[in-house]
Design a protein around this ligand. Sequence first.
Ligand code: ASP
Ligand code: MG
Length: 426
Amino acid sequence: MPRLVMKFGGTSVANVDRIRNVARHVAREVAAGYEVAVIVSAMSGKTNELVDWVKDANALYDPREYDAVVASGELVTAGLLAIALQKDGVKARSWQGWQIPVVTSDAHGSARIAEIDPKNLEAGFAQGEVAVIAGFQGVHKETGRVTTLGRGGSDTSAVAIAAAIGAERCDIYTDVDGVYTTDPRIVPKARRMERVTFEEMLEMASLGAKVLQVRSVELAMVHRVPTTVRSSFDPPDAARPGTLICDEDDIVEQQIITGIAFSRDEAQITLRKVKDSPGVAAAIFGPLADANINVDMIIQTVSGDQSTTDMTFTVPASDYQRSRAILDEARAQIGYAQIEGATDVVKVSAIGVGMRSHAGVAAKAFRALAEKGINIRAITTSEIKFSVLIDAAYTELAVRTLHSLYGLDQARAWDDAVSSGSRGLN
Ligand code: ASP
Ligand code: MG
């Protein structure tokens, strides 16, 4: 029998009523002839509450115990969904990460999945049983300790399970009906995409679209798992297909640019009058890398005197203070005259595999932004995306400008209600 993975996020299992509704979606697919594995998140808000409790107990907590606590949210929803399915006459049992087992690294709080042996789940399928799996959690092989996969990690659980059991598809049910060309709260004319390539979705997720955890998209791409994003609020008997994330070959009409993403989690740092000699970049970025700080955009300019240069780069806003401290400490070694920084900046990106085969795509954007009086502080490009760093005050104007520039606006304004916070972690 074909297999299917269905994943339900926090808002979809926020209370027992919604869990009953999820059970009806699952029953539909069982009736359609699938062997089904369901992955659930914790009830929305639950994981945040658990994290707060841990920090309250001790700000310098033991990460192994953090995982023991925060993994509990998913245990509740997995058990409740199994009960709701049984009530509807669907055979089901719940699975915790260690019972399958989902074996992970021992990086508590952001563990990586090492392997999933499907044989226990398959034994259940053979009994006609739906497997209801607690997402977000795994177990470390040697220590036997419970691990978690990082915030939003149940998306990754779902795709990994889909790959392990050879599922035909991984359906991610959430509180929006698909992936949009940009955030509809910023651009009311944003459109739901019918299809998007793995590569584009990976860029969009990495560059700020919060609909899926980045690692889940990486996994889907590596294992070529067709994945959809769709609404759990559709009536179970009239569920729409949502957005399909798939291979480029499966998309007939490819646009040059498919989406505009933005991220406010950016900070800019500039070092003035850095020596222009070999080893300087290493002296600056080495200590930041050692501290696990992800440097993104980098610009080096030639200063007037030819012997020194200015170095500008970005780091995540949350690492800004730490970066400043590290650079202050390394000042003598790097040898810069002055350090400047800004946190009121935003990175706006345009993504599309069509950029590979079309020239001048980014140049068009720079012109359009200039016409609106938006100053570009930094630029980066890759094969299928370009990003500009601008003042945060211009976020909406820039996103809207690029969205219409590349023909992404839909004629009719986006009019479905989006529940608040829907694009955050759930
Ligand atoms: N409950 C976890 C979180 O809030 C995992 C997830 O929902 O994906 O991060
Ligand atoms: Mg989520």
